[in-house]
Design a protein around this ligand. Structure first.
Ligand code: PXP
Length: 242
């Protein structure tokens, strides 16, 4: 049998918090959600503490920090208030992402090349605090090289454009991801990837060179609805007796 190995999976549980925030309830519990992902084999849990706190709340970050058995990857914008929280929480990994308030989800990668000066101090502060810094970037050589100049241990390649394209455009985007992953490796940077990945589109991504971890959220939470809805209906029906 051909030797195969698993690419690591970080499960992003932001949208479990989205369900909770939709009703401002105390459930579903993010701690329980993380436990389920870890039992399923996740090697890390990813959460995005957004400035607008639309899903993950500060208390979630602190609670998960105390309960996770695996690694915490905290996604965040380069904003002083959020950086201060990261320095307090000290997740294993911090992934810096761009953030716009009106966006539905992270749109595009960080412009590391254009924001080098603003990013340098944050990267250094996080590194000094013992965290591994990752920069979420589009698969462009100039962004990989700018990340290398900042001496970060990880980049996360943005797979969103690949996920939204088909046919020749998807092949072109895959090629860009491959080239970016190769260049990152040559620069001594470890390669993560994510955004928009699902059971339907992840296979070609697994063939990227030097891939360490994929961070996947929305599609896993969506899949959980269908894996669980029948059983949840049955559980309720069992109560409906008189
Ligand atoms: N990686 C990064 C940097 C992200 O911002 C997100 C979305 O929060 C993900 C991965 C996960 O994307 P998705 O929810 O589409 O799987």
């Amino acid at each position: 049998m051909e030797h195969s190995h698993h690419i690591r999976l970080g499960v992003n549980i932001d949208h479990v918090a989205t369900l909770r925030q939709a009703r401002r309830t105390t459930y579903p519990s993010l701690v329980e959600a993380a436990v389920a992902c870890e039992r399923g084999g996740a090697e890390g849990i990813t959460i995005h503490l957004r400035e607008d706190r639309r899903h993950i709340q500060d208390a979630d970050v602190f609670q998960l920090r105390q309960t996770l058995k695996t690694r915490m990857n905290l996604e965040m914008a380069n904003h002083p208030d959020i950086v201060a929280i990261a320095l307090q929480v000290k997740p294993e990994e911090v992934c810096l992402v761009p953030e716009r308030r009106a966006e539905l989800t992270t749109e595009g990668g960080l412009d590391v090349a254009g924001q080098r000066r603003e990013l340098a101090d944050t990267c250094e502060a996080l590194r000094a605090g013992g965290m591994a810094v990752s920069l979420f970037i589009d698969p462009e050589l100039r962004q990989v090289e700018a990340a290398a100049e900042l001496r970060v241990p990880y980049v996360e390649l943005h797979t969103g454009t690949y996920c939204e394209s088909t046919g020749g455009a998807a092949a072109t985007e895959l090629a860009r991801l491959r080239v970016a992953a190769q260049r990152a490796h040559e620069c001594g940077i470890r390669v993560n990837a994510g955004h928009g990945l699902s059971l339907a589109n992840v296979e070609p991504i697994c063939a990227l060179p030097w891939l360490d971890t994929l961070n996947i959220g929305h599609s896993i939470v969506c899949q959980a609805v269908f894996i669980g809805l029948e059983a949840a209906t049955r559980a309720m029906l069992q109560k409906l007796v008189r």
